[in-house]
Design a protein around this ligand. Structure first.
Ligand code: 7RM
Length: 626
């Protein structure tokens, strides 16, 4: 573990000078069935990336078996149910190992084998994590679909990967609501032909429809024992597929492989969060997202940590649920998203002060840039000015955290993700693709592969190449913009793929939004382009204001003046819509694709909006448009 700033600097230097020996040392800390023959083979032009070539392993031996000798009775998963009156579950490493092996046998007994794709559509219960690990145990490729997704979204993902098995539940609890997962799954399966068996976990005890391919989890699990040798996996065998939204609307099935993903998620978990053996770590994400895969399941378990799984939502039964859980389980590490922080920030701090948060040592943020106001609120009211905040920048595609501070080890700077992890060669490029030295602003790119970079898009390597490796040859292009200060700290400024060409001028929407946000009455904004007879494209700004009863004509005029002043008259939006919310994903990302269609008047063809956090704002915008 990196324990000091000087060790950090030393590691960063070593990683640049000799990446292969740097990663060899880290990978050697794991349990391999047989060693690799070559550390790295890559070519960004094809692109082909391989780590720990020829090495054999099973990630579950590293997450489970390895800890049995040293800490069998330590809690591996601490499950906190949606309903605070339902008892929490403490699942030890020994018990988790046994349940994963038994579940793996259940999958095999139902026909699953190495290389099969298994779709997992389950609520946040321990069996979800167990299902993920059971797939990994037998070498089946899991494809977790977030349980908030619709039948259409689920079917598209099952079909894209030709999944042969579906693991689901009768339903799931989310705050005061019950979601009928089995009903949604049934609807999805009407348009899927590859699924041969469906195993249903009982959570809500709700009456469900039954099909010939359905089996109850609790009945199937009774039929098998808990002895299941780990499948021997090649480093480069796929471990899982996880879908992430693309700018076209068709989700991209990012493929992660066994060896590199294990090494990098474990390495970053340990160093970023500075986890100590008795700590209780809580990441509030859902396992349906990459944050849950890497930093609820694999990273923490590979380190023998206690990882909390929370079934509920921040607002149920009240807006102090997070703080109640922190006090109840003496949470030491709390990792959440800016969107959650901003939502909780609206409520009186008395809701926090009711609870004893003195166990907290480290706070984390992930998912989008954290604004200064949210950062300072988090620092003061949750961290009591006493907990480092790690602002972790990364993506589904990167598998693990790439730019962040290390808690208490490297300096933090509000609104800055700060420095690349040792081993990550982050650079800034100008529009011509030349590297910018020192302070500056540009396009973020990564110069050298790291072990957990996604290897391809399932079934579409060409798209993988085009999206990530073609715009700036020789680099991985994440699609984000950044600025860098004199000390080398990065601040992520937002997506750069949202460029609109207005009368032949290339306009990034992020700087226009920043200008609009300068206005004292503006809370948040999103700018998109829409087709225009004369200009080719024109700009439409969606603006959330503090007080909805404000004089709209006046604020529109002031916003245009602000944009003209900071960027130039060319960037003045043609249309400004004052709205009460922006369509967002559940992790807080603005769905620009939808805003673009609405602005273009193409609103009968929005695609699936069921994956949104707030689908109701779409109708509100529609009404304003007409
Ligand atoms: C982990 C995750 C990836 C996109 C990424 C950024 C944005 C994520 C931060 C951030 C600024 C951060 N995976 N993003 N973390 N922007 N600061 N700390 O969110 O695939 O769902 O999204 O999220 O734009 O490219 S993701």
């Amino acid at each position: 573990m990196i324990n000091s700033l000087s060790e950090f600097k030393h590691a960063a230097k070593q990683a640049i000078e000799n990446p292969e020996s740097f990663w060899n040392d880290i990978a050697n800390e794991f349990q391999w069935i047989s060693p690799w023959k070559q550390t790295l083979a890559f070519d960004f032009s094809t692109p082909e990336i391989k780590w720990f070539v020829g090495g054999k392993l099973n990630i579950t031996e590293n997450c489970l078996d390895r800890h049995l000798a040293t800490q069998p009775n330590k809690t591996a998963i601490l499950f906190e149910p949606n309903d605070p009156t339902e008892e929490a579950q403490h699942i030890t490493y020994k018990e988790l190992h046994s349940r994963v092996c038994q579940t793996a046998n259940m999958l095999k007994a139902n026909g699953a084998k190495k290389g099969d794709r298994i779709c997992i559509y389950m609520p946040m219960v321990p069996e979800l994590a167990i299902a993920v690990l059971a797939c990994a145990r037998i070498g089946a490729i899991h494809s977790v679909v977030f349980a908030g997704f619709s039948a259409t979204a689920l079917a598209a993902r099952i079909n894209d990967a030709s999944c042969t098995m579906l693991l689901t539940a009768d339903g799931g609890f989310r705050g005061a609501k019950t979601i009928g997962l089995k009903d949604i799954a049934d609807e999805a399966l009407q348009s899927c032909t590859t699924v041969e068996s469906c195993i249903v976990f009982q959570r809500t005890n709700k009456q469900v429809n039954w099909n010939p391919i359905d089996r109850w989890w609790h009945e199937e699990i009774e039929k098998v024992d808990d002895h299941c040798p780990a499948e021997v996996m090649d480093s480069e065998d796929p471990l899982f597929i996880l879908y992430t939204s693309g700018s076209t609307g068709k989700p991209k099935g990012m493929v992660h492989s066994c060896g590199g993903y294990m090494v990098y998620t474990a390495y970053t978990f340990q160093n970023v969060f500075q986890y100590q053996s008795n700590d209780v770590y809580w990441c509030t994400a859902d396992i349906g997202w990459i944050t849950g895969h890497s930093y609820i399941v694999y990273g923490p378990l590979a380190n023998g940590a206690t990882t909390v799984m929370f079934e509920g939502v921040p607002s149920y039964p009240d807006f102090d649920r997070f703080w109640e859980v922190c006090a109840k389980h003496k949470i030491t590490h709390f990792y959440t998203a800016p969107t959650a922080i901003r939502a909780l920030q609206k409520h009186p701090t008395a809701l926090i002060d009711k609870h004893d948060l003195s166990s907290l040592k480290v706070l984390g943020s992930v998912g989008e840039p954290i604004n200064a106001e949210a950062w300072h609120w988090y620092d003061a009211h949750v961290g009591k000015h006493n907990c480092p905040i790690v602002d972790t920048w990364w993506q589904t595609e990167t598998g693990g955290i790439l730019i962040t501070s290390l808690a208490g080890v490297t300096p933090q700077k509000p609104t800055f993700a700060t420095l690349p992890m040792p081993g990550i060669q982050a650079v800034l490029l100008n529009n011509e693709g030349d590297e910018i030295e020192g302070e500056g602003e540009g396009i973020l790119a990564i110069k050298h592969p790291w072990p957990s970079i996604a290897r391809t898009i399932w079934g579409d390597h060409e798209r993988y190449k085009n999206v990530y490796f073609s715009a700036y040859p020789g680099y991985y292009f994440p699609g984000d913009g950044a600025l860098r200060d004199a000390e080398g700290n990065f601040r992520i400024t937002g997506r750069v793929d949202d460029v609109v060409i207005v009368s032949g001028h290339n306009l990034g929407t992020a700087p226009i939004e920043n200008a609009i946000n300068q206005h004292a009455e503006v809370v948040e904004s999103a700018v998109v382009g829409f087709p225009h007879d004369i200009k080719g494209n024109a700009l439409c700004a969606y603006v959330i204001v503090k007080d909805i009863s404000i004089d709209k004509t006046l604020i529109e005029k002031e916003i245009r003046e602000e944009v003209a002043k900071t960027i130039g008259p060319i960037a003045k939006p043609d249309r400004i819509l004052v709205v009460s919310g922006l369509p967002k994903t559940r992790s807080g990302k603005i769905m620009r694709r939808i805003l673009r269609k609405l602005a273009a008047g193409d609103d009968n063809n929005l695609g699936d909006i069921s994956t949104l956090l707030n689908p109701e704002v779409v109708d509100e915008i529609r009404r304003q448009n007409s």
